[in-house]
Design a protein around this ligand. Structure first.
Ligand SMILES: [Zn+2]
Length: 341
């Protein structure tokens, strides 16, 4: 097992600490065994190697993750952790996929500031965006963790354990020790949270990538973190989302914050992020609509999608395209079919 040596090291460290304590005063055996039991329960996977943060604007940093699905090699590192240094402390937007990734993010944060962690925001309930909450609660037990109500209820009901075990399985337990730490503060559209020199405004426009994505505007900076509503040259999980809902969110965000600098949770921030995502998604969805209008069989949808000029433009450099385009085409077809009635 990957983490066996880690476990043994932890166990040795524990025995050493216990020996030191026992040397100072008599330790009741029941106490020692209960602490030992706790220690065995908190076996942890190996630390996540550092990925240095990129400064994307003044006091705004992104730990940009390489592309990938969770694996033994990447230890679950598949999405960005963004942080903003404000007058009132450090604000985290999406905390990564594990305790280890959250701790790695903290190490990067501490290269720039020793301010306390003031808040964590989770853009939606996919586990790569919130399983790292555990690390920030260890750092500041009182930290508010903000999310949409449906994100919190999804994590509390089934998505919490689902994502934790999915990440454990796909990383050979590299995330071991991560505890499901759900959001503890509910936010909705239009809410503003004051961090002194920085205001975070919440945008919510219904189902886009999931039923409860929030986008987070850094008002004074004209920057918006869009979670997974848009990605930079990546295509991912759309099973919980809606193409029409995504277009609606794009329109609303662009209208509300014109000429914003957009930060995605996958890939690098960019001014033209939404523009590119819209063109690719329109290529997919309008091809599906064409198939529905022609009452074509679902089998031809993928061909229509792959023929589309916009899709052909993006296909060569969008990560995850080949793995996902068939599923995207089917999902778009089902949605276009439902919308036609
Ligand atoms: Zn997602």
């Amino acid at each position: 097992m990957e983490y066996k040596s880690q476990f043994l090291a932890t166990r040795r460290r524990f025995l050493r600490n216990l020996g030191m304590t026992a040397g100072l005063s008599a330790v009741p055996m029941s106490w020692a065994s209960s602490v030992f039991a706790q220690e065995e329960l908190v076996v942890e996977g190996p630390p996540m190697p550092d990925i240095p943060a990129t400064e994307v604007a003044e006091n705004v940093y992104c730990i940009v993750s390489p592309w990938g699905f969770p694996s033994v090699e990447n230890q679950g590192m598949m999405s960005n952790v963004t942080f903003v240094i404000t007058e009132k402390g450090v604000v985290i937007i999406d905390s990564g996929a594990s305790l280890q990734i959250g701790r790695m993010a903290l190490r990067q944060i501490r290269k720039f500031t020793d301010k306390p962690i003031a808040a964590v925001f989770n853009t939606h309930y996919h586990g790569d965006h919130w399983l790292g909450n555990h690390a920030f609660v260890q750092e500041n037990p009182d930290v508010p963790i903000y999310a949409h109500a449906k994100t919190t209820s999804a994590i509390l009901s089934n998505q919490g354990d689902f994502w934790k075990s999915l990440m454990e399985r796909s990383t050979d337990n590299a995330i071991a020790g991560t505890v499901v730490t759900p959001p503890n503060e509910i936010v909705g559209h239009g809410d503003e949270i004051d961090f002194g020199d920085t205001t975070v405004r919440v945008h919510f426009y219904g189902t886009a990538h999931t039923p409860s994505d929030i986008s987070l505007e850094l008002v004074e900076k004209r920057i918006v973190h869009v979670g997974d509503i848009a990605m930079n040259n990546r295509i991912a999980f759309m099973d919980d989302g809606s193409f029409l809902g995504t277009f609606k969110a794009f329109d609303a965000l662009e209208k509300s914050v014109p000429e914003a600098f957009w930060i995605p949770a996958h890939g690098f921030p960019a001014y033209d992020l939404i523009e590119h995502n819209r063109r690719l998604f329109e290529g997919i969805y309008e091809s599906a609509e064409r198939a529905v209008n022609e009452m074509a069989s679902p089998g031809v949808v993928k061909d229509y999608v792959l023929e589309d000029e916009r899709v052909r433009y993006y296909a060569p450099f969008v990560n995850g395209f080949d793995e996902n385009i068939g599923k995207y085409a089917s999902l778009a077809f089902l949605e276009a079919e439902a919308a036609a009635f």
